[in-house]
Design a protein around this ligand. Structure first.
Ligand code: NI
Length: 390
C-alpha cells in the first residue's frame, strides 16, 4: 500500500487552509451553502462527477478506479452548531453565534484531502468511491435526508466508512470498535397535566409538580431495576418547567430528556417501562400525561469484519498509535447510524486533543478546538481504509 501518511502530510497546508476557512465561516445544518460550494468546487476541479443539492446542501461525488470492483462510500459531515465561539483562535468564527464546535470543519477538509489523494491513485484502484458530504448531522436529520434522496442508491455501496475527530482522547489515539460504538438516542417530551390551585389548599388541586417529581425519580428505576447489570442504557430527564408563583399550584409541568441504548431488546424494554411509569404515575397522582417520543438515531454498530480490516490498516498506516479495538463505546449518538442500517460499515474515532497546547475542550464546548495534526492522520486513515477495500 502507498505511504498515505506521507502523502497526507505533504497536503497538510491544503487541508489546514480548507479547515480554517470552514472554521471561520461555519454554517448551521441545512444551511451549509458556502461550505457545499467549496466542496463541489474542489471535487469538480479533480474532474469527478459531482451532484449537489442532495438533502438541500449535501454533495455526492464519484471517484472511479481504473479497474472494476466494489463501491465503497465514505461519509463526512459539514455542519456547525449554534455556539458562541470562545477559542480566541486567529481562525475563529466570523459568523457570530455559530461555531464548528464538533470538528465537522475538520471532517470536511479531511474528505476533500482523501479525494485528492485517492484521485492520484485511481489507476491502482479496483472499484469506485462514493464521497458523501452530509449536511445537518447535529440532530436535524441530515443522514436521513440524504438517504431519502438516494445517496445510498444506484447502486448501493458495498461498504460505508465514517470518521469523527475525537477530543476526548489525545492525538495518536484511534478507536475502532468491533461492534457497538455509539448509542441509539431518543428524545422525549412529557406534559403532566393536573389541576391548579392555591398553594395553601393542595387538597383541592391535583398537583402536577408532585406527579412530575415522582415520574423523574421512578424513571431512574428503569436502568437500575429493569435492565441487566451488564447491559447499557441511560434515561435522563434534563429539563423541568412548571409553576410561576410560590403560592400557586400550576396546571401543568413540562419535562424533556433523552434515552440512550445499544441493543434493540434493551431499547424496547426501556421504552415499554418508560411509558408505563409516565402514564401510570400521572394517573396515580390524579393527573394526565402526554408523551412525545422521537427517535433521534439508531445505535452505531460496526460490522465486525469491516472493523477488523480497518484496525489492521490503521495500525499499518498510523504506526505508533494507541489503537483501542475491543469495545470503544460512547453514549453519544451519530446519525451515521441511519446509513449503517442500510450499508454495513465502520465508524472510526480519531484522537485529536492536545492538552499541552490547550486543545482539549470537549465537543460542543465554546472553546472546542483540536490539534490540526489530526487532519493529516484522518486523511491518511480514510484513504488507506478505502484503498484496502478497492
Ligand atoms: Ni460531531
Amino acid at each position: 500500500m502507498p505511504d498515505f501518511l506521507a502523502e497526507a502530510q505533504a497536503l497538510f497546508e491544503y487541508t489546514q487552509s480548507l479547515r480554517r476557512d470552514f472554521h471561520m465561516h461555519p454554517e448551521i445544518g441545512f444551511k451549509e451553502v458556502r461550505t457545499a460550494e467549496i466542496v463541489a468546487r474542489e471535487l469538480t476541479s479533480l474532474g469527478l462527477e459531482v451532484h449537489t443539492g442532495i438533502a438541500k446542501t449535501g454533495v455526492v461525488a464519484l471517484l472511479e478506479g481504473v479497474k472494476p470492483g466494489p463501491l465503497i462510500a465514505l461519509r463526512f459531515d459539514m455542519d456547525a452548531l449554534p455556539v458562541l465561539e470562545e477559542t480566541g483562535a486567529e481562525y475563529a468564527s466570523q459568523n457570530t453565534g455559530v461555531m464548528h464546535a464538533c470538528g465537522h470543519d475538520g471532517h470536511t477538509a479531511i474528505g476533500l484531502t482523501v479525494a485528492k489523494i485517492l484521485h492520484s491513485h485511481r489507476s491502482e484502484l479496483a472499484g469506485s468511491l462514493r464521497l458523501i458530504f452530509q449536511p445537518a448531522e447535529e440532530g436535524q436529520g441530515g443522514a436521513e435526508g440524504m438517504i431519502a434522496e438516494g445517496a445510498l442508491d444506484n447502486p448501493k455501496p458495498d461498504k460505508i466508512i465514517g470518521l469523527h475527530l475525537w477530543n476526548e482522547k489525545p492525538l495518536g489515539w484511534i478507536g475502532i470498535s468491533n461492534g457497538p460504538a455509539m448509542a441509539g438516542a431518543e428524545i422525549f417530551k412529557i406534559k403532566v397535566r393536573g389541576k391548579g390551585g392555591h398553594g395553601a389548599a393542595p387538597h383541592l388541586a391535583n398537583d402536577p409538580l408532585l406527579a412530575a417529581a415522582q415520574i423523574i425519580t421512578t424513571l431512574q428505576s428503569v436502568v437500575a431495576r429493569n435492565i441487566a447489570p451488564l447491559q447499557a442504557a441511560v434515561v435522563s430527564v434534563c429539563t423541568i418547567h412548571g409553576g410561576e408563583a410560590f403560592n400557586v399550584i400550576p396546571q401543568e409541568v413540562h419535562l424533556a430528556g433523552t434515552i440512550r441504548t445499544f441493543e434493540p431488546s434493551v431499547r424496547e424494554k426501556v421504552l415499554e417501562r418508560f411509558e408505563i411509569i409516565v402514564y401510570g404515575l400521572a394517573e396515580t397522582m390524579g393527573c394526565r400525561a402526554e408523551v412525545e417520543l422521537r427517535r433521534l438515531t439508531p445505535a452505531v454498530i460496526n460490522d465486525a469484519a469491516i472493523a477488523a480490516r480497518a484496525q489492521k490498516v490503521a495500525s499499518q498506516t498510523l504506526p505508533e498509535s494507541t489503537l483501542e479495538t475491543s469495545n470503544y463505546i460512547t453514549m453519544g449518538s451519530e446519525d451515521f447510524a441511519f446509513m449503517m442500517e442500510k450499508v454495513p460499515g465502520c465508524f472510526i474515532f480519531l484522537g485529536s486533543a492536545n492538552k499541552e497546547k490547550g486543545l482539549d475542550a470537549s465537543h460542543h464546548h465554546p472553546r472546542f478546538d483540536f490539534d490540526e495534526q489530526a487532519l493529516s492522520r484522518g486523511a491518511a486513515l480514510m484513504a488507506s481504509v478505502a484503498a484496502e477495500f478497492l
